[in-house]
Design a binder for this molecule. Structure first.
Ligand SMILES: [Zn+2]
Length: 408
């Protein structure tokens, strides 16, 4: 079993360059193709679950993070302000440590009615953490983070159903991506004054999360002292191949941010009411998720997010033209295909195996003449020759259904 750094290098998924800086990985075309497929899936799942997507800038005035409480709690993890000479300090811009305050601005962009709740705001956005250069490395711990994030603004009596819906979305996303979480953790308040919000609000929020887990039949562990400073949370943990635990998915109830940004809506009785904010991430940061997926699958991703889904290798030059036609037809059919023309046939087949391409089409004279293809699967199986259109439809069906298996 190789770790994600070795596989990431061998499979050309991402690159770390000292000239860019530690903890600032560059997604190479292979890694970017897999990430794009995963992002599309997440966006679609969110859209179907009633989320609305936004874009917000990865920085804001220092004043916003003072108001949100991030500066007091996370100031040491934030990069220094980008101050202009002669500018008041509160005006200085800072790279954001989270997307939460920006999404609070989305809710607050105009007056809101109870009829709009739950308002589910989603974004796959950048955030930054001033990790020391000694602790960053690979994709597990980075300074520039791409977070699958969302915030649900709702009434208190809607929180239980929202958390239940998020839990099932998380479990389903993990299944589709080809893994299951190692453990679910209910992170509660510990000792100490560093928590925003009243004890009564905290007790209620902790209870709502606990009930949702129990209702979903999920086994979990309660861990005092691991809550966020603004509320309790459910952390969903995975283990890397070295046995270290990472939080991947999370659900957090927050009474503090709506208060700090003075968010409100008009309730059924025409009165001004304060929404609750539920923070959630289905798959966490794309960096940490990819590190996990690389290790879980040892680089042999399910076909739907494999960087190259179909490799095409002609046996000899006489089949180059047929191979090119097959490659082009696959691309037009929406697949990610690659033409292997260099070196001996043995080299081409080895290359496809090294890259862990799920499907390899080897084209000989007989197949080329008949307009057929026989597929070799990554797991070693060979399928009987089929017409080109049928073959592409077969792969297309596996990809569209996001099946973890290679053959339907
Ligand atoms: Zn948040």
């Amino acid at each position: 079993m190789a770790d994600h750094r070795k596989l990431g290098r061998d499979l050309e998924l991402y690159h770390s360059d000292p000239l860019v800086g530690a903890g600032l990985p560059i997604w190479l075309p292979n890694g970017a193709a897999a990430r794009h497929a995963i992002e599309s899936y997440i966006r679609e799942a969110e859209r179907l679950a009633g989320y609305q997507h936004v874009y917000s800038p990865p920085m804001a005035k220092r004043e916003m993070y003072r108001r949100s409480g991030h500066l007091a709690k996370f100031g040491d993890d934030m990069f220094p302000p980008l101050a202009e000479a002669g500018q008041p300090e509160a005006e200085a811009l800072m790279l954001r440590p989270s997307l939460c305050p920006h999404h609070a601005m989305v809710f607050g962009a105009r007056g809101r009615s109870y009829r709009e709740l739950p308002l589910r705001v989603a974004e796959l956005g950048g955030m930054y953490r001033a990790e020391r250069s000694g602790v960053v490395g690979g994709l597990g711990r980075v300074r520039a983070i791409s977070l699958n994030d969302a915030h649900i603004f709702c009434a208190l009596d809607q929180v239980g159903d929202e958390v239940a819906a998020i839990l099932s979305m998380i479990v389903e996303a993990h299944r589709v991506l080809g893994f299951a979480a190692d453990s679910f953790r209910l992170s509660l308040r510990g000792q100490g004054p560093a928590y925003l919000g009243s004890p009564a609000d905290w007790a209620l929020a902790e209870d709502l999360l606990r009930q949702a887990l129990v209702r979903a039949g999920i086994a979990f562990e309660e861990v005092p002292g691991e809550a966020a400073f603004y509320g309790p949370k459910i952390d969903i943990q995975v283990r890397d191949i070295a046995g270290r635990e990472w939080s991947l998915s999370t659900i957090q109830v927050d009474f503090a941010q709506p208060e700090r940004f003075d968010l409100s809506y008009v309730d059924r009785d025409g009165e001004r009411a304060r929404p609750v904010m539920v923070h959630r991430s289905v798959v966490g940061s794309l960096e940490r998720l990819m590190a996990h997926l690389i290790e879980v699958h040892q680089g042999a991703f399910p076909a739907w997010y494999a960087p190259v889904q179909l490799a095409v290798a002609p046996i000899g030059e006489a089949q180059d033209e047929a191979a090119r036609r097959l490659h082009d037809a696959a691309m037009r059919a929406g697949l990610r295909a690659e033409l292997l023309l260099d070196g001996s046939l043995g080299n081409r087949i080895r290359l496809a195996a090294q890259r862990k391409v799920p499907y390899l089409a080897v084209l000989g004279a007989r197949e080329a003449a008949a307009g057929e293809v026989s597929l070799r699967l990554r797991d070693g199986r060979e399928l009987p020759a089929r017409p080109v259109a049928d073959t592409l439809a077969l792969i297309g069906a596996v990809v569209t259904s996001r099946s973890p298996a290679l053959e339907l």
